[in-house]
Design a protein around this ligand. Structure first.
Ligand code: ACM
Ligand code: ZN
Length: 743
């Protein structure tokens, strides 16, 4: 017991992520000197890589040789630790890494690098006088074969340079599958020589504001990235979506859809009913050609063929699809509709195409609908249900359930203070708590069908590298540990200590990450009001020190530490931020706390409802309304009517955009402080601008504000712009305002 505790403590002190199988502490340390040599007879490329990295970081000229190095890497086929396992022994005299295969040696090297100070990840050289690694013996091997990260390059393009950065960090924490989402409604990202319009047309989308967004990878770039990944023992699994999420392909070649009409790449998020037509044999010829080229570029075993969220209403009325349904004898029964069987038919045909290239298919869990084909693997994203069902049919599954913690586009903290995100609330601790083998499968002895686990980075609300890094890290480190380490090695407190070190390494690499922000229990708000006094409390999603000032100055690491709730009796600006143990600080939150008298109520209005005026046009900010001359005036009975979309269509293609102003009264039920929240552009109460959402993406409200109000009627003015900012149509929001009585 005491030994186990010691080992856990030591593993924490050693900061290795993912936690190795067995760690035996030694005495003393090994020091890298200017004349240190790395040697390896069997995998000189790994010795070269290590020597090169150590040289860059230390500024020494570390040599790589075939034999005789003080850091020695050896392949030994007798080592029974699987193809990725290894032994690493560090003594004051030298470092030995042994594995039965090159992947194991590569991972031994990654563990050794984590024993060295974080500056080893620097490329600028000589930031330290001494480079030591503590003496230790480590025996290690992974729990799962598939340790994946999915990057969606379609909603917002990801540069080759960024993809390589992610491969570097993945390799450092022993993630080994990069699932590259390359085709979707908003962009086709892979050059296909036989169909040049896929990238000439389908890779470029015109957003609402007229800006063109896009990009694609040439086949040379893809070969380069695949090689780069292979050198780091990362396999790339390409995803080509079939039969839904295909708008970008259909824009390029309209004959691929049931209706054959010209469409544009989507500039909003969400699914469309413009999908491939499996009644048309030409669609299968197209897929055959595309997969011919794709399989030539990606040497891995698996190809992801999507299969998710395919709307089938066009199939129901398409003569070609219905003819195929009849010819194949598909009928709707209690299990599946005929159209679901048509989807399954499509996936089966694609599976056969890929089998001819020696590939296996994997798809999202919708591929179970209509009957699971051949030997397809299933990626379980709508919870674990699909994965469990597939494993029971003896199909391989990769667990990536969205709400359980594996969707990294979700918030890691309170959405009122975090940069805009997709939704959901998935903290680092939640990711860490996930076990990829559901208890029912373990109980039924079917755990072996769980190939592994994956984190998905959808990029609808990820607009640039800063956001992408921020969403991925440090959650990818928790993913790495649940993917590699044995469940009995999992220890949240030890992981928390180690993750700080991993983040320091990200700083050296210039990679951004999430730092828990000060949040208010019960819901954060930057604009607080009180009548006598107010107590303002803060917390963070995991224990992190917070510092603050009350004099308007920028808080620094040595400002007052937040220890207990702050009592305000006069107007105060609380400026607060988090400080990591190694000194890095979060952004600053400024919480304005203002004393107010209760604003008096006014007479009951003569008429119920709101005066309403509307002007058509594409407005991105409320200031543009000043130039509008043609207004339609009417009355509406509820604010909800402000945001009516004309016509109601998911595609937003022929929607009439407009700006609108509603004015009227709200009846406040009792005296007190009321917190207002709205996704409209502006909210004015008693003639004062209370909420100004500016040009933010109007997906989650981030500018809530309070007002002290007497019971009774108060004037309200709401300004709403029907537009699309950051891919989100504001008409999808409820245009009501909410106001709650604060305690
Ligand atoms: C998915 O999130 N549509 C797989
Ligand atoms: Zn059709």
């Amino acid at each position: 017991m005491i030994y186990t505790i010691l080992v856990t403590l030591l593993a924490a002190a050693l900061h290795i992520i993912p936690a190795p199988q067995q760690v035996t502490p030694g005495e003393g340390s090994f020091q890298i000197k200017s004349q240190t040599t790395v040697s390896c007879a069997d995998a000189p490329e790994i010795a070269d890589m290590l020597a090169c990295k150590l040289s860059e970081a230390t500024g020494y000229q570390i040599r790589s040789a075939r034999s005789g190095g003080r850091i020695m890497l050896t392949l030994n086929s007798k080592l029974a630790l699987g193809c990725e396992g290894y032994r690493l022994v560090v003594t004051p005299k030298g470092v030995s890494m042994v594995a039965s295969e090159k992947a194991g040696l590569f991972y031994a090297m990654q563990t050794f690098l984590q024993l060295l100070p974080p500056e080893v990840e620097s490329t600028s050289g000589a930031k330290r006088a001494e480079w030591t690694a503590p003496c230790v013996e480590i025996t290690d091997a992974p729990r799962f074969r598939w340790r994946g990260l999915m990057l969606d390059a379609c909603r917002h393009f990801i540069s080759v340079e960024d993809v390589k950065r992610y491969i570097d960090v993945m390799a450092s924490c022993k993630l080994n599958v990069l699932h590259w989402h390359l085709t979707d409604d908003q962009g086709w990202r892979i050059e296909i020589k036989k169909y040049p319009r896929l990238t000439e047309v389908g890779a470029w989308r015109k957003d609402f504001d007229g800006a063109v967004d896009g990009g694609y990878y040439s086949q040379d770039e893809i070969r380069d990235v695949v090689k780069y990944a292979a050198e780091r023992h990362v396999t790339i699994v390409p995803e080509i979506e079939v039969p839904g999420h295909e708008v970008a392909a259909i824009c390029s070649y309209p004959e691929l859809s049931c209706e054959g009409v010209q469409v544009n790449p989507s500039y909003t998020w969400g699914v469309r009913n413009v999908v491939l037509c499996p009644g048309n044999e030409k669609v299968f010829e197209f897929l055959e050609d595309v997969f011919d080229e794709v399989t030539g570029l990606f040497p891995g075993e698996w190809v992801h063929i999507g299969g998710d969220e395919c709307m089938k209403d066009k199939w129901e009325v398409c003569p070609k699809c219905q003819a195929r349904i009849e010819a194949e004898g598909f009928v709707t029964d209690s299990l599946h509709t005929a159209e679901e069987r048509l989807q399954s038919y499509t996936i089966r045909r694609v599976e056969k195409m890929l089998a001819r290239h020696g590939k296996r298919v994997i798809g999202w869990d919708e591929i179970l609908e209509g009957g699971l084909s051949g030997e397809a693997g299933v990626m379980s994203w709508r919870g674990e249900k699909g994965g469990i069902a597939a494993a029971r049919m003896h199909h391989y599954v990769v667990m990536t359930p969205s709400h359980e913690g594996l969707y990294f586009d979700s918030y890691q903290g309170d959405n009122k203070v975090e940069p805009i995100g997709f939704g959901r609330y998935i903290t680092l601790e939640k990711v860490y708590g996930y076990d990829p083998v559901p208890a029912v499968l373990a109980g039924e002895g079917l755990g072996e069908y769980v190939l592994g686990v994956q984190g998905n980075v959808w990029t609808e609300y990820i607009y640039d590298t800063w956001h992408r890094d921020y969403r991925i890290f440090p959650r990818a480190f928790a993913l790495a540990e649940i993917a590699w380490s044995a469940p009995e090695k999992k220890d949240w407190d030890s992981f928390r200590a180690r993750v700080d070190d991993a983040c320091m390494r990200l700083d050296e690499r210039g990679v951004n990450y999430h730092i828990p922000l000060p949040e208010q229990p019960g819901g954060s708000c930057d604009n607080l009001v009180f009548t006598d006094s107010v107590v303002v409390a803060f917390k963070t999603t995991r224990p992190v020190r917070m510092v603050y000032t009350l004099d308007g100055s920028e808080p620094t690491a040595s400002s007052a530490a937040y220890e207990k709730p702050i009592v305000c009796r006069e107007d105060t600006d609380i400026r607060i931020r988090s400080v990591m143990p190694y000194g890095k600080m979060s952004s600053v939150r400024t919480v304005k706390v203002r004393k107010q008298e209760l604003a008096p109520a006014v007479e009951a209005p003569a008429e119920p409802g709101f005066s309403f005026k509307k002007t058509y046009g594409r407005f991105l900010s409320t200031s543009e309304l000043a130039g509008a001359t043609e207004w339609e005036e009417s009355r509406i009975s509820s604010l909800e009517e402000m945001g009516e979309q004309e016509p109601k269509t998911n595609t937003m293609q022929d929607v009439r955009f407009y700006g609108a102003v509603a004015e009227g009264y709200i009846n406040i039920p009792e005296d007190g402080v009321w917190r207002f929240s709205s996704l409209c552009d502006e909210v004015w109460v008693d003639g004062k601008l209370l909420i100004d959402n500016g040009t933010d993406v109007k997906r989650y409200s981030r500018h809530d504000a309070e007002a002290a109000l007497k019971a009774g009627y108060h004037s309200i003015k709401v300004v709403f712009l029907s537009n699309i900012i950051g891919g989100w149509p504001s008409a999808r929001n409820k245009t009501t305002i909410s106001y709650i009585h604060t305690l």
